[in-house]
Design a protein around this ligand. Structure first.
Ligand SMILES: [Fe+2]
Length: 428
């Protein structure tokens, strides 16, 4: 049996490797970092390509619109100069704001790419062209068609047209070039992201495999230690049970007339406590206390314990001393439950008429009150050297009659219910 006490689970458990928190944290952080970076790249690329595509379409549409409107304006001015019909000026004036708006749009777009210098060139050439075309319309209104035509076909007009065209082309080309460079840069980022994922993914998978294996090993070791601990506790429990039985046997060898009394009291007390819904740990403590509650009788002379005639006062006081003797023997034993106190209090009564302290109510442990009722029922129902057994009915009648007086009402109710409804019987 000593071997059972030599197993020390708590000492062994210190040798268990700890959970690989650091490894899990690092791998988790790397995984989240990679996934986060990937998501960011995807979103950023999507946003970029969407913006770039929109910008590219906008430049193409804007360029086409400007060229088209410019052709309308030039043609309107020249037709007015050729035919003298001022309705062409109306057409001109109708489209001119549209061209201004389109050039302004181009200017705003150019600002995004820091191309104000190039768009300003177009803007300036356009202003010059508009001024020359307005002068041509003035000449048409005065009937000087030839002069108007010469303004619109002169070298200065052509020069401004060329500047205007160059401004548009340069701006468009610069924007497209900037878009192309940005596109390349973005492509480079995507390539880096893809390479990073391709390189990092197998490493991460490998890391996760290692971490999972570490975690599994940790769990297996924990389970093993837990099992050893449970086995150790079970061995200790059995050893304690055997020790308690040995003590009970020792008491009953001195008082053979009450053989089995403590076991039956223990069993009844446990059943009452279970019926009352006491927590399992308390019930176990009560069971142990019941098994040895008359331990103190080993100090009472055997002839008094088995005396078949009426006891004298001195003999009674010697017997009554067994609760103090039992307490003294057990008080330094470190049970997880107040076993010594239960032994000390098992002859107290709920109304304070018991012994040795004549305490009552909350001063007495509920376990002690249960032990009291179980002790009374078993003792009355069984034979004693000085009297025959009074029977179970008389015993139950005694506790029912004194419920709320000598005995705790809840305990009495639970005990009566056990016998009357649950079919409980004491084992003789
Ligand atoms: Fe007793």
């Amino acid at each position: 049996m000593e071997g059972a006490f030599m197993a020390e689970p708590s000492e062994r458990s210190s040798a268990v490797r700890s959970f690989p928190v650091a490894a899990v944290t690092v791998v988790l952080a790397l995984t989240l970092g990679l996934l986060g970076g990937l998501v960011w790249y995807v979103l950023d690329s999507y946003r970029y390509f969407k913006t770039t595509h929109h910008c590219f379409l906008q430049v193409r549409e804007l360029t086409g619109r400007i060229v088209h409107l410019d052709e309308i304006l030039t043609m309107s001015a020249r037709m007015a100069a050729t035919t003298g019909d001022l309705r062409w000026e109306e057409r001109y004036r109708h489209h001119e704001p549209q061209l201004d708006a389109a050039i302004k749009e181009m200017y705003v777009l150019g600002e995004q790419f820091a191309l104000q210098a190039k768009t300003a060139k177009t803007d300036k050439a356009n202003a010059n062209l508009v001024a020359m075309e307005s002068r041509a319309f003035d000449l048409v209104r005065r009937g000087q068609l030839k002069d108007a035509a010469s303004v619109l076909s002169g070298a200065e007009y052509e020069k401004q047209k060329e500047l205007y065209r160059l401004g548009i082309e340069e701006t468009t080309a610069a924007i497209n070039e900037r878009l192309r460079r940005d596109y390349e840069s973005q492509n480079q980022k995507v390539r880096i992201a893809v390479v990073s994922v391709v390189v990092a993914a197998p490493l991460l998978v490998f890391s996760w495999v290692v971490v999972i294996r570490l975690a599994r090993r940790y769990n297996a070791e924990r389970r093993k230690i837990e099992k050893e601990r449970e086995q150790g506790v079970e061995r200790l429990r059995k050893a304690l049970g055997a020790t308690i039985r040995a003590i009970a046997h020792l008491v009953e060898t001195r008082d053979p007339c009450t053989a089995g009394h403590q076991k039956r009291v223990s069993d009844l007390a446990r059943s009452i406590a279970t019926e009352m819904g006491l927590e399992s740990g308390r019930i176990e403590g009560l069971r142990i206390a019941g098994m040895i509650h008359n331990l103190g009788k080993i100090v009472v002379p055997a002839e008094i314990l088995s005396k078949p005639t009426k006891l004298t006062d001195i003999e009674f006081s010697l017997i009554r001393n067994h609760v103090q003797a039992g307490y003294d023997i057990l008080k330094d034993t470190e049970f997880p439950w107040p076993v010594a106190r239960m032994v000390f209090e098992h002859h107290e009564r709920a109304d304070g008429s018991g012994y040795p302290e004549k305490i009552s109510g909350r001063e007495v442990l509920m376990e002690s009150k249960i032990l009291t009722v179980a002790d009374v029922v078993e003792a009355m129902a069984s034979h004693r050297p000085y009297r025959p057994g009074l029977g179970l009915a008389a015993a139950l009648d005694e506790i029912a009659k004194n419920k709320g007086g000598l005995y705790e009402p809840d305990v009495v109710d639970a005990c009566l219910k056990l016998f009357s409804e649950k079919g409980y019987r004491m084992a003789y």
